[in-house]
Ligand binder design. Structure first.
Ligand SMILES: Cc1cc2nc3c(=O)[nH]c(=O)nc-3n(C[C@H](O)[C@H](O)[C@H](O)COP(=O)(O)OP(=O)(O)OC[C@H]3O[C@@H](n4cnc5c(N)ncnc54)[C@H](O)[C@@H]3O)c2cc1C
Length: 228
């Protein structure tokens, strides 16, 4: 598992793509508007190394058998859920701040874990296997993952495909052999400056006419053409 300095180094190595008040933030670990959220998340890495907190913050990966941070683990039973709440409470007590750059990602991973399993069974797809191999990598690198569910939405009386501006919700514009091309925006992404990757999910349920908006995937926070 990563130390807090390895974590900060990973953020420094990312392509600067975060703007605040019109200014490009070159280093999120030192810029006055982002360094506190980074420090809050960095406290998770520090606490995970301490003997008194280890049991609360870490667990055994059911995929690799190695110790992992609970934020990158899959809930297997009610005890895991209670452990998760204890971990979140501990981190709020220790930092007094939001650790959404891990906490919301955890929710997204767990929501898609069972959803992709059901989809593969019903549709003969390989989404669950793909999520599984992504999660093994995520656990091995001990990355921080933010969750981007909320779309700007636009006119709330209309569905995404009825909007004057189709980019008011994130959607697919092209499907290729190598993957999908998406366009649009997400808002209110907690801990984004402290995140190595972002887990995208739909924010509401969609009907057939809005199927291009029903997408979920994870991407590096500094991906090409992604601006925060
Ligand atoms: C502290 C905080 C942290 C957050 N962190 C994250 C995060 O990390 N990632 C993330 O993705 N999101 C995050 N959010 C966003 C949050 O999930 C959204 O604000 C929430 O989903 C509501 O969406 P909205 O703001 O677009 O509100 P709206 O959808 O506009 O809803 C506003 C109100 O209008 C009502 N309403 C909306 N449409 C209709 C309609 N057609 N008819 C009647 N009533 C309607 C709703 O029920 C609601 O009461 C965060 C929010 C907060 C406050």
């Amino acid at each position: 598992m990563r130390t807090s300095s390895e974590y900060k180094k990973s953020l420094k190595q990312m392509r600067p793509n975060i703007y605040k008040f019109g200014e490009l933030i070159k280093d999120v670990t030192t810029h006055p508007t982002t360094k506190r959220t980074v420090e809050g998340h960095s406290q998770i890495f520090k606490a995970a190394q301490k003997s008194e907190y280890k049991e609360i913050l870490t667990t055994k990966s059911h995929l690799t058998g190695k110790p992992v941070i609970r934020y990158l683990s899959i809930l297997g039973n009610a005890d895991d859920m209670i452990a998760n709440v204890r971990m979140k409470r501990l981190m709020f007590n220790l930092t007094g701040t939001c650790t959404g750059g891990r906490c919301v990602g955890f929710n997204a991973i767990n929501a898609m874990w069972s959803t992709t399993y059901d989809m593969d069974k019903e549709l003969n797809t390989d989404y669950h296997q793909r999520l599984k191999s992504w999660l093994i990598d995520a656990q091995n690198c001990d990355i921080t993952v933010a969750g981007a569910l909320t779309d700007p939405k636009g006119d709330r009386t209309k569905t995404p495909s009825q909007q004057k501006d189709p980019d008011m919700s994130l959607h697919i514009v092209e499907k290729k052999e190598e993957g999908i091309i998406v366009r649009g925006a997400k808002v209110m992404i907690c801990g984004i400056a402290a995140a190595n990757e972002v887990f995208i999910m739909p924010g509401i349920g969609y009907k057939e006419s809005d199927k291009d908006y029903a997408i979920a995937f994870a991407i590096p926070r500094d991906s090409d053409n992604l601006t925060i």
